[in-house]
Design a protein around this ligand. Structure first.
Ligand SMILES: [Cu+2]
Length: 660
């Protein structure tokens, strides 16, 4: 292993933004007041470190953006027609009627209609759900959208921030599942227990990836009940690439780790370092990433119905946790963290933007809501794997059966599409997926706590892992290694988890941007600004305390290790302050040089679509932030000066009228 960081070094990289542009004019601006206040407040009386600096940056920006959206200054929801809104509103009305009835039934001893969710492979569990999903998919709400797509569209935009990375994750998705069941007139969503796939020698062989269940898992979905499903982007057919991320499916070890905790705050995000292994949301990320294709991309994940079956399992795990809390004398309806990210507070309205149902996060934690659902116990050898013909008891645990070898999808390419030896043989589904290019879906879910070394590299070339997620995944890996031991102490699982550290260089990967601006995917709304990146390597005795690295040296070695060439990435991002849009690009710098300089082209709002305000930020592959410098004119001389990184974007023509 080549160790590039022979001694602790601190990095001082400068971002130098160019002033003049062909189509847009940028004018340096100070930080918006509330953003500045957040930075000041968060960094007050604190020993600055680079790791903390990036966290403060992210937190403050998220906070600011949330306020901007709440004030109606940014529009994030996808284009949805009035008919679509009416449809969703009618579903919410029905659901709230049921919740109200359920909250009264405790006193009146009246049983509300209970949705009995069963494992997807249990006899009779899957067919009624399929029937409903296909009905919703074949019913238009408006010319450009069917009922299923209208529901899937709720899992996009700003709502994603209030639905993920925090305590509201579980209540939000609980309401979401109930909403789909309301659309299905009470037909329950079956849950997909992927731990029974994980214990297979090769989980990609599972029966669920056959036309009997979810359809094919390699490329565009061409078989099974969801074949040829599309998102609302024209021509965007749902795609999968199972077993090609580094993440493991849901594991017994992950389940045991979550259930080893007693308080809600212990199993919800944000969790860093070794505590990540207790995060239910963290383990939920695993199957999203493992399935690949659309599922790892929050903006479009819900367009694949596998999303809902996976989330029903996550909800089931939460329900087991809640039952355990009740036995321990904790009221799960009141056990909520005190400190929360914006949108995740107990009294924040549950965020289904552009619909704001009259229900708060804490309300969705109530037993009145929980009582609407009952779960079949997880398949175990004791319950004969719920009598499923597709599960078998092996070594004390239920394991999924493999799909028949001659599954139709595998005959498309004339050979098996799965398996290590056959993965290069193109199947029709794979060829179609390859031809369509990257999915315009935004950033990925964070990496899960456990990795699976059996997984193969992604060959279709979908959107790669975003840089900050790479860093998080390092922490997750170390956490995973440690608590796997903790978890096995608790429950003595005998199953090999196949979860090991896997090191993959990300240098050759590109970053795929979403081109989503104000809820619309459109490349014309973006223009590009050249940003100069100057990477200045000084030793640890450098005299700038702000940039003094105090991350452990070993961590630096692991996190920031280059591939031996000395080349490393610096990420440059633009974040809209008064529009909803993020763009990220990276520049390759040479760490062997004392000073390395390069330029990255970063997308910002096209001023043809109106003036805007943008903030640039940059950080290296270790998460150490850069300092922005702006080109300013002082007494007729062009000079770089420290600045906020915030710019006003206005059109060049407009500017010409003002300046003679
Ligand atoms: Cu989600």
């Amino acid at each position: 292993m080549a160790i590039v960081w022979t001694k602790a070094v601190s990095v001082f990289c400068l971002v130098l933004s160019l002033l003049k542009l062909s189509s847009a004019l940028l004018e340096p601006n100070p930080f918006p007041k509330t953003l500045k206040e957040c930075y000041d407040f968060r960094s007050y009386n604190m020993t600055p470190s680079d790791e903390v600096a990036l966290m403060i940056q992210n937190h403050c920006f998220k906070n600011y953006q949330y306020k901007q959206i709440a004030d109606g200054k940014i529009w994030t929801a996808p284009n949805i027609t009035q008919e679509g809104m009416n449809y969703i509103n009618s579903l919410f009305r029905k659901l709230f009627g049921e919740i109200v009835a359920s909250s009264k039934s405790k006193h009146q001893k009246r049983q509300a209609a209970v949705r009995f969710r069963r494992e997807v492979r249990s006899p009779g569990a899957f067919a009624p759900f399929v029937e409903c999903i296909r009905r919703l998919y074949n019913t238009q709400v408006s010319a450009n959208m069917n009922e299923y797509q209208a529901i899937a569209s709720l899992h996009t935009g700003q709502a994603l921030q209030s639905a993920h990375d925090g305590a509201a994750f579980l209540p939000w998705h609980r309401i979401y599942l109930l909403l789909l069941e309301t659309a299905c007139r009470g037909v329950p969503v079956p849950y997909w227990d992927s731990t029974v796939d994980h214990v297979m020698p090769d989980p990609t062989r599972s029966i669920v990836w056959s036309e009997q269940f979810f359809g094919n898992g390699d490329g565009q979905v061409l078989t099974g009940p969801f074949r040829n499903f599309q998102t609302t982007v024209p021509g965007d057919s749902i795609t999968r690439e199972i077993g090609t991320s580094r993440n493991a499916l849901f594991t017994k070890e992950g389940l045991a780790a979550v259930l080893s905790r007693t308080r809600y705050s212990e199993i919800v995000e944000p969790k860093r370092g070794r505590e990540y292994v207790y995060s239910l949301e963290g383990h939920h990320n695993g199957p999203h990433n493992w399935v690949g294709g659309h599922l790892p991309l929050p903006w479009v994940a819900a367009f694949d119905p596998v999303f809902f079956m996976h989330h029903a399992y996550v909800d089931a795990v939460w329900e087991v946790f809640r039952a355990q809390q009740i036995r321990n004398g904790i009221d799960p309806g009141r056990d909520y963290p005190l400190q929360n990210e914006p949108g995740h507070g107990p009294f924040d309205i549950i965020d289904f933007r552009p619909y704001f149902p009259p229900i708060r996060n804490i309300d969705a934690m109530s037993q009145a809501v929980a009582r609407l659902v009952r779960y079949e116990p997880f398949p175990s050898c004791q319950n004969n794997c719920n009598s499923s013909p597709h599960l078998t008891c092996v070594g004390g645990v239920c394991m999924s059966r493999a799909r028949p070898a001659a599954s139709p999808i595998e005959s498309f390419g004339g050979a098996a599409a799965f398996g290590p030896s056959a993965q290069d043989v193109p199947s029709q589904s794979r060829v179609l997926a390859q031809a369509r290019g990257p999915i315009p879906g935004g950033e990925r879910f964070r990496s899960s706590p456990f990795m699976d070394t059996r997984n193969r590299p992604n060959t279709i070339g979908n959107a790669p892992v975003a840089p900050e997620l790479e860093a998080a995944s390092f922490q997750a890996r170390t956490a995973g290694m440690r608590s796997k031991r903790d978890a096995s102490k608790i429950l003595h699982y005998n199953v090999s988890s196949n979860a090991h550290v896997q090191s993959v260089s990300s240098l050759e990967r590109s970053y795929t941007n979403t081109f989503i601006m104000d809820g619309v995917i459109d490349v014309k709304r973006w223009v590009y600004v050249p940003v100069r990146v100057v990477y200045n390597r000084t030793n640890a005795n450098g005299n700038d305390p702000t940039f003094k690295a105090n991350i452990l040296k070993e961590n630096l070695n692991e996190m920031c290790r280059a591939v031996g060439s000395g080349a490393s990435k610096v990420y440059v991002a633009s974040n809209g302050l008064d529009y909803f849009g993020t763009y990220k690009e990276f520049a390759i710098i040479d760490e062997r040089q004392p000073i390395s300089e390069t330029t990255a082209a970063v997308g910002i709002k096209n001023p043809d679509y109106g003036a805007g305000e943008v903030m640039f930020s940059a950080y290296d592959s270790c998460g150490r932030p850069c300092r922005p410098f702006c080109l300013t004119s002082i007494q007729g001389k062009q000079k770089y000066r420290p600045c906020s990184g915030v710019f006003k974007i206005s059109s060049a023509e407009l500017q010409r009228c003002v300046c003679p």
